[in-house]
Design a protein around this ligand. Structure first.
Ligand SMILES: [Fe+2]
Length: 246
Protein backbone atom coordinates (compact mmCIF):
# COMPACT_ATOMS: atom_id res chain seq x y z
CA UNK A 1 0.00 0.00 0.00
CA UNK A 2 1.35 3.41 -0.95
CA UNK A 3 -0.83 6.48 -0.67
CA UNK A 4 -0.48 9.76 -2.53
CA UNK A 5 -2.23 12.41 -0.45
CA UNK A 6 -1.96 15.38 -2.83
CA UNK A 7 -2.70 15.27 -6.57
CA UNK A 8 -4.50 17.18 -9.29
CA UNK A 9 -5.54 14.19 -11.34
CA UNK A 10 -9.24 14.96 -11.73
CA UNK A 11 -9.74 16.00 -15.35
CA UNK A 12 -10.90 19.54 -16.16
CA UNK A 13 -11.53 20.86 -12.70
CA UNK A 14 -8.48 23.01 -11.95
CA UNK A 15 -4.95 23.57 -13.30
CA UNK A 16 -4.30 19.81 -13.16
CA UNK A 17 -5.16 17.11 -15.73
CA UNK A 18 -6.58 18.71 -18.85
CA UNK A 19 -8.45 15.65 -20.13
CA UNK A 20 -9.57 12.18 -19.12
CA UNK A 21 -6.70 10.73 -21.18
CA UNK A 22 -4.18 12.93 -19.39
CA UNK A 23 -5.59 11.85 -16.02
CA UNK A 24 -5.35 8.17 -16.97
CA UNK A 25 -1.76 8.66 -18.12
CA UNK A 26 -0.86 10.18 -14.73
CA UNK A 27 -2.61 7.36 -12.86
CA UNK A 28 -0.67 4.82 -14.92
CA UNK A 29 2.60 6.50 -14.04
CA UNK A 30 1.60 6.58 -10.37
CA UNK A 31 0.88 2.87 -10.48
CA UNK A 32 4.31 2.21 -12.01
CA UNK A 33 5.79 4.08 -9.05
CA UNK A 34 4.05 1.77 -6.58
CA UNK A 35 1.18 4.07 -5.65
CA UNK A 36 -1.98 2.08 -4.90
CA UNK A 37 -4.28 4.80 -3.56
CA UNK A 38 -4.55 8.41 -4.62
CA UNK A 39 -6.32 11.27 -2.94
CA UNK A 40 -7.57 13.67 -5.60
CA UNK A 41 -7.14 17.17 -4.20
CA UNK A 42 -8.45 19.77 -6.65
CA UNK A 43 -7.84 23.39 -5.67
CA UNK A 44 -10.63 25.27 -3.99
CA UNK A 45 -10.10 29.03 -3.95
CA UNK A 46 -12.89 30.50 -1.83
CA UNK A 47 -12.50 33.99 -3.35
CA UNK A 48 -13.43 32.94 -6.89
CA UNK A 49 -15.55 29.81 -6.62
CA UNK A 50 -18.71 28.61 -4.91
CA UNK A 51 -18.99 25.40 -2.96
CA UNK A 52 -21.98 24.24 -5.03
CA UNK A 53 -20.20 24.76 -8.37
CA UNK A 54 -17.02 23.18 -7.03
CA UNK A 55 -18.82 20.12 -5.67
CA UNK A 56 -20.70 19.54 -8.91
CA UNK A 57 -17.51 19.91 -10.95
CA UNK A 58 -15.44 17.54 -8.86
CA UNK A 59 -18.11 14.84 -8.42
CA UNK A 60 -18.72 14.71 -12.17
CA UNK A 61 -15.02 14.53 -12.89
CA UNK A 62 -14.40 11.96 -10.14
CA UNK A 63 -17.22 9.72 -11.41
CA UNK A 64 -15.95 9.91 -14.97
CA UNK A 65 -12.41 9.03 -13.93
CA UNK A 66 -13.52 6.17 -11.68
CA UNK A 67 -15.67 4.68 -14.46
CA UNK A 68 -12.72 4.76 -16.85
CA UNK A 69 -9.72 3.83 -14.75
CA UNK A 70 -10.20 0.04 -14.62
CA UNK A 71 -7.37 -1.45 -12.51
CA UNK A 72 -5.47 1.78 -11.98
CA UNK A 73 -5.04 3.09 -8.40
CA UNK A 74 -8.04 3.64 -6.19
CA UNK A 75 -9.11 7.28 -5.91
CA UNK A 76 -10.39 9.04 -2.79
CA UNK A 77 -12.03 12.41 -3.20
CA UNK A 78 -10.50 15.32 -1.31
CA UNK A 79 -9.60 18.93 -1.89
CA UNK A 80 -6.72 21.36 -1.47
CA UNK A 81 -8.33 24.18 0.43
CA UNK A 82 -6.68 27.58 0.15
CA UNK A 83 -6.55 29.35 3.51
CA UNK A 84 -8.88 32.28 4.08
CA UNK A 85 -9.58 34.45 7.09
CA UNK A 86 -12.36 32.87 9.10
CA UNK A 87 -11.78 29.34 7.76
CA UNK A 88 -12.24 27.77 11.19
CA UNK A 89 -15.68 29.36 11.56
CA UNK A 90 -16.88 28.39 8.09
CA UNK A 91 -20.08 26.35 8.34
CA UNK A 92 -18.98 24.44 5.23
CA UNK A 93 -15.57 23.34 6.46
CA UNK A 94 -16.51 19.64 6.60
CA UNK A 95 -17.38 19.74 2.90
CA UNK A 96 -13.67 19.94 2.19
CA UNK A 97 -12.26 17.08 4.24
CA UNK A 98 -10.68 14.02 2.65
CA UNK A 99 -13.09 11.19 1.80
CA UNK A 100 -15.53 12.01 4.60
CA UNK A 101 -12.77 11.79 7.21
CA UNK A 102 -11.57 14.51 9.60
CA UNK A 103 -8.42 15.25 7.59
CA UNK A 104 -8.11 18.48 5.64
CA UNK A 105 -5.37 19.36 3.14
CA UNK A 106 -4.77 23.04 3.80
CA UNK A 107 -2.81 25.29 1.44
CA UNK A 108 -1.44 28.27 3.35
CA UNK A 109 -1.64 31.69 1.77
CA UNK A 110 2.04 32.71 1.35
CA UNK A 111 1.18 36.28 2.38
CA UNK A 112 -0.64 35.22 5.51
CA UNK A 113 1.67 33.10 7.64
CA UNK A 114 0.16 34.98 10.55
CA UNK A 115 -0.91 34.45 14.13
CA UNK A 116 -4.48 34.36 12.82
CA UNK A 117 -3.62 31.38 10.60
CA UNK A 118 -2.03 29.56 13.53
CA UNK A 119 -5.00 30.31 15.82
CA UNK A 120 -7.38 29.00 13.18
CA UNK A 121 -5.36 25.81 12.69
CA UNK A 122 -5.53 25.20 16.43
CA UNK A 123 -9.26 25.91 16.49
CA UNK A 124 -9.84 23.42 13.67
CA UNK A 125 -7.77 20.82 15.47
CA UNK A 126 -8.78 21.28 19.07
CA UNK A 127 -12.37 22.53 18.85
CA UNK A 128 -13.67 20.95 15.65
CA UNK A 129 -11.41 17.86 15.66
CA UNK A 130 -10.53 18.50 12.04
CA UNK A 131 -6.94 17.54 11.40
CA UNK A 132 -5.17 19.92 9.02
CA UNK A 133 -2.30 18.71 6.86
CA UNK A 134 -0.17 21.62 5.68
CA UNK A 135 0.41 21.28 1.93
CA UNK A 136 3.97 21.64 0.59
CA UNK A 137 5.36 23.29 3.70
CA UNK A 138 8.79 23.72 2.07
CA UNK A 139 7.41 26.16 -0.49
CA UNK A 140 7.00 29.03 1.95
CA UNK A 141 10.60 29.16 3.12
CA UNK A 142 11.16 32.68 1.80
CA UNK A 143 7.86 34.02 3.18
CA UNK A 144 7.48 36.43 6.06
CA UNK A 145 6.66 34.61 9.28
CA UNK A 146 7.96 31.21 8.12
CA UNK A 147 10.31 30.67 11.04
CA UNK A 148 7.55 31.31 13.58
CA UNK A 149 5.18 29.15 11.58
CA UNK A 150 7.62 26.21 11.63
CA UNK A 151 8.06 26.59 15.39
CA UNK A 152 4.27 26.55 15.78
CA UNK A 153 3.93 23.48 13.53
CA UNK A 154 6.58 21.61 15.48
CA UNK A 155 5.30 22.52 18.94
CA UNK A 156 1.72 21.63 18.10
CA UNK A 157 2.55 18.48 16.13
CA UNK A 158 0.71 19.76 13.06
CA UNK A 159 0.84 17.30 10.15
CA UNK A 160 2.75 18.45 7.08
CA UNK A 161 3.53 17.37 3.55
CA UNK A 162 6.47 18.01 1.20
CA UNK A 163 6.21 17.71 -2.59
CA UNK A 164 8.16 14.87 -4.18
CA UNK A 165 9.44 17.19 -6.93
CA UNK A 166 10.99 19.55 -4.37
CA UNK A 167 13.69 16.95 -3.67
CA UNK A 168 14.96 17.65 -7.18
CA UNK A 169 14.90 21.43 -7.02
CA UNK A 170 18.16 22.73 -5.56
CA UNK A 171 16.49 25.82 -4.13
CA UNK A 172 14.74 23.56 -1.59
CA UNK A 173 17.78 21.52 -0.51
CA UNK A 174 18.53 23.57 2.57
CA UNK A 175 15.00 23.88 3.83
CA UNK A 176 14.23 20.19 3.26
CA UNK A 177 17.33 19.27 5.24
CA UNK A 178 16.21 21.51 8.08
CA UNK A 179 12.65 20.13 8.00
CA UNK A 180 13.93 16.55 8.28
CA UNK A 181 16.40 17.47 11.01
CA UNK A 182 13.67 19.19 13.01
CA UNK A 183 11.25 16.28 12.42
CA UNK A 184 8.64 18.57 10.89
CA UNK A 185 7.80 16.45 7.83
CA UNK A 186 5.03 13.88 8.26
CA UNK A 187 4.32 12.92 4.64
CA UNK A 188 5.50 13.39 1.09
CA UNK A 189 3.10 13.55 -1.87
CA UNK A 190 3.29 14.09 -5.61
CA UNK A 191 1.13 17.22 -6.08
CA UNK A 192 1.14 16.08 -9.70
CA UNK A 193 -0.65 18.30 -12.22
CA UNK A 194 0.44 16.98 -15.62
CA UNK A 195 3.32 15.21 -17.35
CA UNK A 196 5.16 18.52 -16.98
CA UNK A 197 4.66 18.26 -13.22
CA UNK A 198 4.68 14.45 -13.02
CA UNK A 199 4.39 12.23 -9.96
CA UNK A 200 7.90 11.55 -8.61
CA UNK A 201 7.07 9.36 -5.63
CA UNK A 202 9.52 6.48 -6.22
CA UNK A 203 12.53 8.69 -6.90
CA UNK A 204 11.68 11.01 -3.99
CA UNK A 205 11.57 8.05 -1.58
CA UNK A 206 14.95 6.91 -2.87
CA UNK A 207 16.27 10.42 -2.43
CA UNK A 208 15.06 10.50 1.19
CA UNK A 209 16.88 7.23 1.81
CA UNK A 210 20.03 8.59 0.18
CA UNK A 211 20.03 11.93 2.03
CA UNK A 212 18.47 11.06 5.38
CA UNK A 213 18.72 7.28 5.72
CA UNK A 214 16.44 4.28 5.39
CA UNK A 215 14.72 4.92 8.73
CA UNK A 216 13.40 8.24 7.45
CA UNK A 217 12.13 6.60 4.27
CA UNK A 218 10.39 3.91 6.33
CA UNK A 219 8.94 6.55 8.66
CA UNK A 220 7.33 8.44 5.76
CA UNK A 221 5.90 5.25 4.22
CA UNK A 222 4.59 4.15 7.57
CA UNK A 223 2.93 7.55 8.21
CA UNK A 224 1.18 7.27 4.86
CA UNK A 225 -0.13 3.84 5.88
CA UNK A 226 -1.38 5.18 9.22
CA UNK A 227 -3.14 8.03 7.41
CA UNK A 228 -4.78 5.67 4.93
CA UNK A 229 -6.04 3.44 7.74
CA UNK A 230 -7.41 6.43 9.65
CA UNK A 231 -9.11 7.92 6.61
CA UNK A 232 -10.80 4.67 5.65
CA UNK A 233 -11.81 3.92 9.24
CA UNK A 234 -13.30 7.38 9.68
CA UNK A 235 -15.13 7.18 6.37
CA UNK A 236 -16.79 3.99 7.56
CA UNK A 237 -17.37 5.42 11.05
CA UNK A 238 -15.23 2.71 12.55
CA UNK A 239 -13.30 2.99 15.76
CA UNK A 240 -10.00 4.59 14.99
CA UNK A 241 -6.82 3.18 16.27
CA UNK A 242 -5.12 6.46 17.14
CA UNK A 243 -1.59 5.43 16.26
CA UNK A 244 0.72 8.41 16.59
CA UNK A 245 2.42 9.54 13.43
CA UNK A 246 6.13 8.93 13.58
FE1 LIG B 1 -1.59 21.13 -5.07
Amino acid sequence: MLLDIHSHILPNVDDGAKSLEAALELLKLMQQQGITNVIATPHFYPHDDTIEAFKERIYNSYNLLCESKDKLPNIILGCELFYFNGISKSEFIREFTIGGSNYLLLEPNPYMLSKKLMDEILYLKNELHIIPIIAHIERYHTCKGYKTFLKFVKENKILTQVNSASFFDKSYNRIIKKLFKEKIITFIATDTHSMRRPPMMDVALLEIEKRFGSNEKRRIISNLEILYNNITAEAMNNEINHTEYL
